[in-house]
Design a protein around this ligand. Structure first.
Ligand code: PSV
Ligand code: MN
Length: 386
């Protein structure tokens, strides 16, 4: 196989998981804007997600968030997805939207609240059994706002205890993905603030526990590709929650704020063997003001473009320049790949896969947006948190 053929073959295997919540209404604490045609239940969210996959060929799975996507029959939901050519992906837990969780969930000082939180996580594993999902994605809003508010070490012990119980419940082939975030909603000490804390817990738990890197969950200037390289080296990178940030956890379209950073991350993924391993490439975004389905298609395309550039890095030339200590040449090799216009290559890849080379144009002319605006009248639109 020529090198270009190998790049194309790799791109054809790329899968980006889209989040159910990105199809619903969202906003900030100031305003959630309603958009016409937005899904009213998880079934309609899957219908929209199927459109993203139909036009990109690269979004075969959809992450659910419980309880936002709670239904009576998860087998029926999984069947609904399959009938439309997609599958249910990661199950995201939610231990942050209940009054009981004011002082935390699995780290809460009161054992009754901890029990409730762990029971919810166990319920999520039951749902995984019904949907055939591989990954349980855990993000904890737990933390404290003031020094002295609670015992930082005791909170880590409670966290470890809760995680261990859920880990034991995981079935064959199931994984636990632990996500970190440096602040918000806790403003003083978040209980899983960084990759080191997530890594330490995952290491103790065992092989089925892996770290998730949400690209929006770092302080400005953090070298995320270094974290990615390290986690891959340790066999502990479970996946990504891709999105863009300008300031804090903005949840904007991946590749919108800093396409160069996305390229650097994808290069470390390719370099570290993560592209061909079990790393889950998920989006975790909210489309507050833009149309949702086109924004998600755009996001998938942005990941594809960064990946194509990463795959095009001349690794032999790079290694040569690095070994020779040729700083400028090494940097130039990397930049050559980044500066390549990969859009023609991706158009070819799509055509060879029987897809329209222009997913956004094809979606816009397919009539889906008009159809759902006309049909989805009445009922309660899905929204972030509902
Ligand atoms: C938290 O900010 C987070 O990144 C977690 O992944 C949540 O589950 C998700 O956002 C909800 O949008
Ligand atoms: Mn996330």
């Amino acid at each position: 196989m020529t090198e270009l053929a190998a790049v194309k073959a790799a791109l054809k295997t790329q899968a980006v998981e889209t989040p159910s919540w990105a199809y619903g209404n969202s906003g900030t604490r100031f305003k959630v804007f309603a958009q016409a045609g937005v899904p009213r239940d998880p079934f309609e969210k899957l219908d929209d997600a199927a459109k993203v996959h139909e036009f990109t060929g690269a979004a075969p799975t959809v992450a659910l968030h419980i309880p936002w996507d709670r239904v009576g029959n998860y087998g029926a939901l999984a069947k609904h997805a399959e009938d439309r050519g997609v599958r249910i992906g990661a199950i995201n837990s939610n231990t942050f939207q209940d009054d009981d969780y004011r002082l935390g969930s699995v780290c809460h000082p009161d054992a009754t609240v901890r029990r409730k939180a762990v029971d919810h996580l166990l319920e999520c594993v039951d749902i995984m059994d019904a949907t055939g999902s591989r990954d349980l994605k855990l993000w904890f809003a737990d933390g404290t706002n003031y020094p002295g508010q609670d015992d930082i070490r005791a909170r880590q012990d409670r966290l470890a205890e809760g995680l261990a119980e859920v880990y034991e419940r995981l079935g064959q082939g199931q994984r636990m993905l632990l996500e970190y975030k440096f602040f918000e909603p806790a403003f003083y000490a978040t209980d899983v603030p960084d990759w080191g804390t997530a890594y330490a817990h995952c290491l103790k738990l065992g092989e089925k526990a892996q770290v998730v890197v949400d690209t929006g969950h770092h302080a400005p200037g953090t070298n995320i590709e270094f974290i990615v390289a390290t986690l891959l080296r340790e066999g502990k990178l479970g996946g990504f929650d891709f999105n863009s940030r300008f300031y804090a956890d903005d949840d904007l379209m991946v590749g919108a704020a800093d396409p160069f950073q996305l390229f650097r991350i994808m290069y470390e993924v390719v370099r570290g063997g993560g592209f061909t391993s079990d790393v889950a490439f998920m989006l975790d975004q909210c489309h507050n003001i833009e149309a949702k389905i086109p924004a998600i298609i755009r996001s998938v395309m942005n990941v594809q473009e960064a990946t194509a550039k990463a795959l095009l890095v001349d690794r032999e030339a790079l290694a040569g320049a690095q070994a020779a200590g040729d700083v400028l040449e090494a940097n130039a090799v990397l930049m050559d790949a980044y500066n390549t216009d990969v859009r023609p290559l991706l158009r070819e890849v799509r055509q060879e896969s029987g897809l329209d080379p222009e997913p956004l144009k094809a979606y816009r002319s397919c009539g889906w947006a008009e159809k759902v605006v006309a049909e989805r009248v009445g009922g309660q639109q899905a929204g972030w948190g509902a």
